[in-house]
Design a protein around this ligand. Structure first.
Ligand SMILES: [Zn+2]
Length: 68
C-alpha cells in the first residue's frame, strides 16, 4: 500500500531541490551570458524590440530604432 502523503512530500522535495538547482544554474550562468552578444535571427531584426524588418529597411517598423 502506498501512502499518498508520503508520495506528495517526496514529489515536493524533488521539485524544491530541482528549483534550487535551477536558481543556482541561472545565478552562475548569468555572468557568462552577459558577455555574449545577443544573437539575432535575421540581419534586419531590431536590436531594441526584436521586430523583424524588411531587408532594406533603415528604421524599425515597430519602434523606429535605426537598423544597422
Ligand atoms: Zn524596433
Amino acid at each position: 500500500m502506498f501512502a499518498p502523503m508520503t508520495f506528495i512530500v517526496t514529489i515536493g522535495m524533488i521539485v524544491s531541490v530541482f528549483a534550487a538547482v535551477m536558481i543556482l544554474i541561472r545565478a552562475f550562468g548569468q555572468s557568462d551570458s552577459n558577455d555574449r552578444p545577443k544573437v539575432t535571427s535575421g540581419p534586419n531584426d531590431c536590436a531594441k524590440c526584436g521586430q523583424r524588418n524588411k531587408k532594406r529597411a533603415k528604421f524599425c517598423a515597430h519602434c523606429g530604432e535605426k537598423l544597422r
